[in-house]
Design a protein around this ligand. Sequence first.
Ligand code: 5GP
Length: 204
Amino acid sequence: MNKEKGLLVVLSGPAGVGKGTVCGALRNEDTSIQYSVSATTRVPRAGEVNGVNYFFKSRDEFEDMIEHDLLLEWAEYVGNYYGTPIDYVRETINNGQDIILEIEVQGALKVRERFPEGVFIFLMPPSIAELRNRIVGRGTETAEVIDKRMTIARDEIEMMKKYDYVVENDEVQLAVERIKAIVKAEHCKRERLIEKYKQLVEVE
Ligand code: 5GP
């Protein structure tokens, strides 16, 4: 019998909506979902650890990864590269485990082209004002970067229509519960189970 594949779940949404926080909370409580660690050329923020938050790379190293086709997707965002190493994603889903990718919108759309069977979740801010508060509140970015991120965020919200699910991030724990419910329901989708129950269905 074919082993059931794990789900490839993409959590995306505008900058500052709290994708990292929601993903972190999910990661803390549901150990059965694996987390994809991205590569980036951005400098580490205080407390970030190489190999845990990101694989921190030079531009040359990153371009080398692109050239050798080691990334499932990549995007340039506010002057830095971000990308998803493909091997870990493939291994995880082939082992029957679910994996979540927390990535920005351009990258998510590229994943959809390669993995149309993925589950695409758009994390929505309660309002634009709240989104700005969150970007400013993080306190790690200059005014110029904040403005750039806000402009990108407005365009990104437009992309909501390309996703399977929309989850409002009004409260982290509520958003986490909604994502867990989506993952549970996706495991019960007929298309994913047809192979598993084929013999039973074929019996008269
Ligand atoms: P930050 O610099 O705040 O950690 O991340 C900036 C943006 O890059 C966030 O929207 C984050 O979701 C996104 N990002 C993180 N990793 C990846 C990745 O591997 N690919 C893409 N396309 N975006 C990513």
